[in-house]
Design a protein around this ligand. Structure first.
Ligand code: AHR
Length: 610
């Protein structure tokens, strides 16, 4: 087989700087119990709903019916999340260790030796009370950190802040609050955050490092279906997710079936985009959920709400909403240049009508913001104005491999494509197989080749907490203390240099061409320019390939310095906590830089030659 690369500058085209980025959705506990480092689950006791008594899960009681009575009531000092926990201690002579409550976090808290954890909680007691707060093993027997707290008797709520430094490691710990004193104590907004978070901004460092290694050029957030909701009343609302964390109501994400306290809110997403040096792409609800819709005649307040969100991000620190952002610690605006008007709502009754209301209002207020339609413009022109259109694909590996030419047939004029969700799914995807990643790589080479009209692409979903595998596969798998990238994650690392690179024409002649996919780019690191040829061998035979290059400029390094290969013994191989890099790129140094080089492509493999 032969692969010819025309590396001459005249025939090269620049790939958009934005081509590869990430899409974060609050799904699979990706945020709550995921990248957001809060260790307490249901910290405000709101997850059981506003009607009391309510389910306090996963909080539990230490003690029995004769020693303690615990119930929610509506006495919080925070009017937007009014539910608090009332604990009545009944025992005169309480058991050793006291009675109280504990929270196991999200399937156990990862408490590590020597690390500090900041506890904040709101407490009220008519009489002065002594409390013990501690971090323990899941059975309460191993004490990792503890502190004694005296709450003065008053009718007002008191904010308690206590640093706890662990003197041992336990991956499935819990937070306990106990007392020996008879009487009544109320609790609300109990938070435990590790002191050490990514850039001090509240994110789990090791998970965000996985993202920053992808060098994402954009961050699409916060969903997906999470933005829509099964019902509008449960959709993500930016306004409810900003300001002091204690005052955020939280909400039940009804599509993915869990509560989030919205500690990871609109502001935090914008901060994350900034920390990753990625362009924020705000996907907002356009008055459409899976089951109900706002009539276009009544959409005006929703449009106003979105304009306020843009003022929050982009307005000066003196503007109404910009000042709220500034008060949260970010006086400089966040550069929101893209918004998506809804998610997967094109077929809905009021989508187009609502879309135009949002589109016109945003265009007028922020002429530079690029707007993304939910309607697919890849096979026929859109019937409404848009800067980009959304394209989602979840399918089997063979179909996605064959979709590498999809955008070859798309009109070169009109709005650009944003492939904001792609993945091999279901039949042969497993929980992230090599095969899936190979099909995705082939699809991505097609996007590179068509990057005159495909301006952005992101894999989905990004994260899964192994304890809530609602959607498989995903790019990054984690639990309270471990994580690994699936082959699809590693594949994305091999495309990160493409954004902003130059793409070159190639021709492949081979009897295997039906199972090969390839692309060639020139990319730059801080010092040098490199030609890179990427080849996917989707077939089960090894392929001997001659790569010949013409027109290479002297300033660009010829092929032959390194090869990076992603393959494995079995095409359905996956990574796991116990073998996190079973399927991961292996880089080897080469020293045969030449205009013509011979390589062998392993069966079912991806190779990048630099
Ligand atoms: O990525 C999972 C879901 O797939 C997203 O929420 C939705 O946009 C798509 O249907």
């Amino acid at each position: 087989a032969t692969l010819k690369v025309d590396a001459s500058p005249q025939s090269a085209r620049k790939i958009p700087e934005t081509l590869f980025g990430i899409f974060f959705e609050e799904i699979n506990h990706a945020g709550a119990g995921g990248i957001w480092a809060e260790l307490v689950s249901n910290r405000g006791f709101e997850a059981g709903g506003p009607h009391t008594p309510s389910n306090i899960d996963p909080w539990s009681i230490i003690g029995d019916d004769s020693s303690v009575f615990v119930a929610t009531d509506r006495t919080s000092c925070f009017s937007r999340n009014i539910v608090a926990l009332r604990m009545e201690v009944l025992c005169d002579d309480c058991p050793t260790g006291g009675v109280g409550i504990y929270n196991p976090g999200f399937w156990g808290m990862n408490i590590e030796d020597g690390k500090a954890y900041n506890l904040v909680m709101y407490v009220k007691s008519a009489e002065t009370t002594d409390l013990a707060v501690s971090l323990t093993s899941s059975d309460g027997l191993q004490n990792l950190a503890s502190a004694a707290i005296t709450v003065s008797g008053t009718s007002n709520w008191t904010k308690v802040e206590q640093k706890l430094v662990a003197k041992g490691t336990n991956r499935t710990s819990r937070l306990q609050i106990t007392t020996n004193k008879k009487g009544v104590v109320w609790f609300d907004q109990v938070s435990l955050m590790p002191e050490d978070t990514y850039k001090g901004h509240g994110f789990r460092t090791e998970l965000i490092s996985m993202l920053s290694d992808l060098k994402p050029r954009f961050l699409r957030f916060p969903g997906g279906c999470f933005v829509e909701g099964d019902w509008l009343r449960n959709a993500f609302r930016w306004r409810e997710s900003i300001g002091p964390w204690e005052e955020r109501p939280g909400h039940f994400g009804d599509v993915w079936h869990y509560w989030t306290d919205d500690g990871l809110g609109y502001y935090e997403f914008l901060q994350l985009a900034e920390d990753l040096d990625a362009a924020p792409i705000w996907v907002f609800n356009n008055g459409v959920s899976h089951n109900d819709e706002v009539d276009t005649a009544a959409i005006a307040p929703f449009v106003k709400d979105v304009l306020d969100s843009l003022e929050f991000a982009r307005g000066s620190a003196n503007s109404t909403w910009g000042s709220v952002r500034a008060a949260m610690g970010h006086p400089e605006p966040f550069p929101v240049k893209y918004v998506a008007i809804g998610n997967e709502d094109c077929g809905k009754k009021f989508y187009r009508g609502n879309y135009l209301k949002f589109y016109n209002a945003i265009r007028q207020a922020y002429p530079d913001i690029q707007m993304i339609s939910n309607c697919d413009g890849s096979s026929r022109p859109l019937d409404h104005p848009a800067d980009l259109y959304d394209f989602h694909v979840y399918t089997d590996s063979k179909t996605l491999f064959n979709m590498r030419n999809t955008f070859d047939r798309t009109s070169r004029s009109g709005p650009k494509a944003f492939v904001s969700e792609y993945a091999v799914w279901r039949s042969d995807a497993g929980r992230g197989s090599l095969l899936a990643s190979l099909a995705e790589a082939a699809f991505l080479t097609g996007l590179e080749m068509n990057s005159d009209i495909v301006h952005m692409a992101s894999y989905a979903p990004l994260f899964v907490n192994d304890n809530d595998r609602t959607w498989n596969p995903d790019a990054i798998v984690f639990n309270s203390w471990q994580h690994y990238g699936t082959p699809s994650y590693w594949m994305q690392t091999l495309f990160r240099e493409s954004s902003g690179a130059m793409i070159h024409p190639i021709t492949v002649s081979s009897s295997y061409s039906g199972s090969l996919a390839a692309s060639a780019i020139t990319w730059q690191d801080s010092e040098n320019s490199f030609l890179r040829v990427k080849v996917v061998n989707f077939g089960s035979d090894a392929v001997s390939l001659t790569i010949s290059t013409s027109g290479l400029q002297a300033s660009v390094n010829a092929l032959g310095s390194t090869s990076t290969v992603l393959t494995s013994g079995n095409v359905m191989d996956e990574n796991s906590f116990s073998n996190p890099t079973k399927v991961a790129p292996v880089k080897s140094e080469l020293s045969n830089a030449a205009e013509e080089m011979q390589v062998t492509l392993a069966p079912h493999s991806f190779s990048a030659f630099d």
